[in-house]
Ligand binder design. Structure first.
Ligand code: FAD
Length: 439
């Protein structure tokens, strides 16, 4: 047995997620400081009881982090950006350790004049989690989910061996691994394709609509007029806050002249997201030119008394847009009438899907096309009415509207609502939460 040098805690530490809606009591909590440490954990079944579940920033909303009696491995100390290089096919890539947060990676790349095309608002998420898990954002000139940009990864398998997979050499095995949520192995390092940094121009607006149908039609028309659209829909009020994004040429930093307006908007948006859009006014600037890396934000860990974001994720094909919005509206109004509760809003992202061979399982696996997410959110993850809403809406969005859900971004899933191929899961890494989702 090799020694383990990292932080080790086996005295019943209770760990919670960002939103304080999930807690777990692993038998062992470990923070490895080397790849050899991760190997030591996987190999030593006595000191590190099964299941072994890797985590990063614990920013996920579901029970994906729950591992009572097992081993929680937090990769937060393996967070170096190792450098830019060309891979064997000539692509420009960045090599980065799995525990690196997206904000840190974005800032590092920005300083070198590069970017990953995926630049979601969340800066806390770690590279390892999003390389094998689900993400979404309205990207400029990119698919809109992080793992699409990962071209190679190094992981520790269930025997404690260090292995590397890449898209050219390993094809199907590599693409399947990227759908594995840590069940096939613990990612320790990734190679991510990057491109010269670009600027974005945004027009921000807030508008009301007479009906759900007109709201949906207007968002579709807005999407056609720009290069990428993000909408925050206040569905029960038939209003939408929109960010119409346009490509604005090469550039790594927000132009100085745009800086004050950008900073004002960024701070307001960050606070709105932190608080689940409860009681925060966001300005509506037009023609804002900026580096999107600046808008990848850090969110403080809230207390149980604070308003804090919680959400549900659903992926639908773009052809279903009008139907999803109008059925979600009827459902929400009926729920509100019955209980007095409606979600604070819904986040709507548009994601371009690749061929099925590159995303064989889970979200975005439907073959070439465009998906949108329509995700209700609230500002109190433990509000019983929000939880009831989410459970009931799962039946509509997944069961009736045929949406896809995510084990790390959709809560209260029942068996059959998400299906992860059993072949992806190794018993050493499979928690009871994931066991229930295996097909
Ligand atoms: C305020 C807020 C805003 C958010 N905004 C967005 C957004 O704009 N877009 C978006 O897509 N998501 C968003 N999210 C969700 C978040 O990005 C994802 O849940 C992300 O996966 C969290 O990363 P993490 O490092 O915290 O993962 P954790 O919650 O720590 O881990 C989640 C799971 O990832 C897997 N995993 C973690 N590390 C590894 C590893 N090294 N190897 C293998 N598997 C691993 C495990 O299955 C683990 O259970 C937001 C969340 C919050 C709280």
């Amino acid at each position: 047995m090799q020694p383990f040098h990292g932080l080790l805690q086996s005295e019943g530490k209770i760990v919670g997620n960002w939103g304080l809606s999930r807690t777990t009591k692993p038998a062992v909590y470990a923070e490895p400081v080397s790849y050899a440490d991760v190997q030591a954990i996987v190999r030593d079944r006595e000191a590190f009881p099964t299941p072994v579940n890797p985590v990063g920033s614990l920013a996920s909303v579901t029970a994906t982090i729950v591992n009572d009696g097992g081993t929680m491995v937090c990769l937060c100390k393996l967070d170096e950006v190792l450098g830019l290089e060309r891979d064997a096919t000539g692509r420009q890539i960045v090599r980065v350790q799995a525990g690196c947060r997206l904000k840190k990676l974005n800032m590092w790349l920005q300083a070198q004049g590069f970017e990953v095309a995926f630049q979601a608002e969340i800066g806390e998420a770690t590279v390892g989690s999003v390389a094998v898990g689900d993400t979404k954002e309205s990207s400029l000139d990119g698919p809109g989910y992080f793992s699409a940009h990962v071209v190679a990864l190094t992981y520790v398998d269930d025997r404690g061996e260090l292995r590397t997979l890449d898209d050219v050499k390993d094809g199907d095995a590599f693409y399947a691994f990227k759908c594995s949520f840590g069940l096939s192995g613990i990612v320790v390092e990734c190679q991510i394709e990057v491109r010269p940094a670009t600027l974005c121009r945004s027009d921000i607006a807030l508008a009301g609509y007479p009906s759900a149908e007109e709201l949906a039609a207007s968002l579709l028309a807005m999407r056609d007029r720009c290069d990428a659209l993000l909408a925050i829909v206040f569905l029960h009020q038939l209003a939408a806050f929109t960010d119409s994004r346009f490509k604005a040429g090469l550039g790594a930093t927000t132009p100085e002249a745009a800086q004050p307006a950008c900073e004002e908007f960024r701070r307001a948006k960050r606070l709105a997201i932190q608080h689940g859009f409860d009681g925060v006014a966001v300005p509506q600037p037009k023609g804002l030119v900026y580096s999107r890396a600046d808008f990848v934000n850090e969110y403080w860990r809230p207390t149980a008394e604070e308003r804090r974001l919680d959400f549900q994720y659903y992926e639908h094909d773009l052809s279903q847009f009008r139907r999803v919005i109008s059925e979600a509206y009827s459902f929400t109004k009926a729920f509100q009438e019955r209980t007095g509760f409606a979600p604070n809003g819904w986040a709507c992202y548009f994601v371009t899907r690749p061929e099925n061979t590159k995303k064989p399982y889970g979200l975005y696996s439907g073959g070439p096309g465009v998906s949108f997410s329509f995700d209700p959110f609230c500002s109190n993850p433990v509000n019983p009415l929000w939880q009831q809403f989410a459970r009931e809406y799962n039946k509509l969005a997944i069961g009736k509207l045929g949406g896809n859900a995510s084990p790390i971004q959709t809560q209260w899933l029942e068996p059959g609502e998400v299906r992860i191929p059993r072949g992806l899961a190794r018993p050493r890494f499979t928690t009871p939460y994931y066991e229930a989702l295996l097909d």
